[in-house]
Design a protein around this ligand. Structure first.
Ligand SMILES: NC(=O)c1ccc[n+]([C@@H]2O[C@H](COP(=O)([O-])OP(=O)(O)OC[C@H]3O[C@@H](n4cnc5c(N)ncnc54)[C@H](O)[C@@H]3O)[C@@H](O)[C@H]2O)c1
Ligand SMILES: N[C@H](CO)Cc1c[nH]c[nH+]1
Ligand SMILES: [Zn+2]
Length: 425
């Protein structure tokens, strides 16, 4: 791991979405092809990028049944348990419609309506993510979205991962297409012969998926840019170096573009973590991916004290943050920008990745400065409700007409004043 002593975060520029023009051009081309050639482009890209020659796009009931025969009861049970924890968390987020009536009889309020159709991207390139099925679709179900569509690339077996199909079936989602990458995002945005477009696309993915979401935004809504995973840990000498090293690797193993950083005021502690990480890396099954991530973006940032560490965190706005210092709960109040904050020695990020309840679909690449983890709110819209009483319009028409005429809108002023005329005629 490389050490940074002067707080220079310029190394993060290389991970910025869009910095790689070649990838951006590839994604633009893929989206255009899907717009023009529909289903046929999906078949062609799946063969090219996933090495699978599909015969159909929509996952069949038989494929789902087949998937169950290969997934152990233990895994089905943990999917059920995680789904229940996630649902409990999101039920608490459910926004309600509300209204109030003032003394003049005016009714003002907010009506909540779920989206008609949402598409959930479930990654499936170097690993399969049944957990992302639960994280993407359960908040949509709680919000009341009627049509929830899943897309996920086929594995080497020629099928979407068994676990993904089982997780989808466990929560009652049956519109699943075996396509991934930028072409799946384009299909959800613009539609093809088989896939009807959706109103909003959510879910995490690699750089191609994230670039594609950014590209279709505006024609369709998206959640956030939830790209390659990130972990930043603020830890001092009170923390366990072996545990911290394994937490860094837990996210580095996702993607060569994943980012793992330790911020610490203790040089000795940083050295202990560095040593432990090197040892642990040597027998990690996804060593190849994790090593690329650590070599490019694995850093130990030495700070003067924990307060300086928090300043660095606020500049990084990481997807995941672990705070393993004395007084973690007190210090956390100073953190402004982080997607998910894990407090204390017993809260490694994987508890949130799989099980605790809050979403693991979280903004990356500094976008936690302005966006939030996927939530029930991501799947609803608000309509304002306004009903003036006779008394209210009589009392306020003068104010409104004055404002309208000041802006040069005589028609607006008359629309209000005509109500008065009717009253006095
Ligand atoms: N931020 C979050 O909330 C969050 C949550 C879970 C996972 N993740 C991230 O999701 C990602 C999953 O990545 P993955 O690769 O395993 O699966 P993925 O499904 O995101 O991407 C795989 C697809 O990428 C496309 N692709 C691969 N190489 C390509 C190329 N050269 N040109 C064009 N398209 C290409 C292919 O279509 C392939 O099917 C990881 O980066 C992980 O860190 C993020
Ligand atoms: N760490 C990922 C979010 O960046 C979520 C995940 C799913 N499975 C394993 N991890
Ligand atoms: Zn993870």
């Amino acid at each position: 791991m490389e050490w940074i002593k002067n707080g220079d975060l310029s190394y993060l520029e290389a991970r910025k979405i869009g910095v790689d023009e070649a990838k951006q051009n590839t994604v633009k081309e893929i989206i255009n092809e899907v717009k023009q050639r529909g289903d046929q482009a999906l078949y062609d890209y799946t063969e090219r990028f996933d090495g699978v020659k599909l015969t159909h796009l929509k996952v069949t009931k038989e494929q789902i049944n087949e998937a169950y025969s290969r997934v152990s009861d233990d895994v089905v049970n943990v999917i059920k348990k995680a789904a229940s924890n996630i649902r409990t968390f999101f039920e608490k987020q459910k926004p309600e419609s509300w209204s109030y009536t003032n003394d003049e009889g005016t009714v003002l309020g907010q009506q909540i309506t779920p989206l008609d159709a949402a598409g959930v991207y479930v990654p499936g390139g170097t690993a399969a993510y049944p957990s992302s099925v639960l994280m993407g679709a359960i908040p949509a179900l709680v919000a009341g979205v009627k049509r929830i569509v899943l897309v996920s690339p086929p594995q080497k077996t020629g099928m979407v991962s068994d676990g993904v199909l089982v997780a989808a079936n466990e929560i009652g989602i049956d519109e699943i297409y075996q396509v991934g990458g930028a072409h799946a995002i384009a299909a959800l945005a613009y539609g093809t012969e088989t896939i009807k477009p959706v109103d909003k696309i959510v879910g995490p993915g690699n750089i191609f998926v994230t670039l594609a979401k950014k590209e279709v935004f505006g024609d369709v809504a998206i959640d956030s840019l939830a790209g390659p995973s990130e972990i930043v840990i603020l830890a001092d000498e009170t923390a366990n170096s072996e545990w911290i090293a394994s937490d860094l690797l837990s996210q580095a193993e996702h993607d060569p573009l994943a980012m793992a950083a330790l911020i610490t005021p203790s040089k000795e502690f940083g050295q202990a973590v560095e040593e432990a990480l090197e040892k642990q890396l040597s027998d990690l099954p996804r060593q190849n991916i994790a090593r690329q991530s650590i070599e490019q973006f694995g850093k130990i940032i030495l700070v003067k004290d924990n307060d300086e560490g928090i300043d660095v965190i606020n500049q990084m706005a990481p997807e995941h943050l672990e705070v393993v210092i004395k007084d973690a709960e007190e210090k956390v109040k100073q953190i402004k920008h982080a997607g998910a904050i894990f407090l204390g020695p017993y809260s490694p990020v994987p508890i949130g990745d799989y099980f605790a309840g809050p979403n693991h679909i979280i903004p990356t690449n500094g976008s936690a400065t302005y966006s939030s983890p996927l939530s029930v709110e991501s799947f609803v819209k608000q309509s304002s409700i306004i009903k003036y009483s006779r008394e209210a319009i009589l009392n306020n028409s003068q104010h409104i007409a004055t404002f309208a005429r000041y802006e040069g809108f005589e028609g607006h002023a008359r629309a209000v004043e005509n109500r008065l005329k009717e009253e006095t005629d």
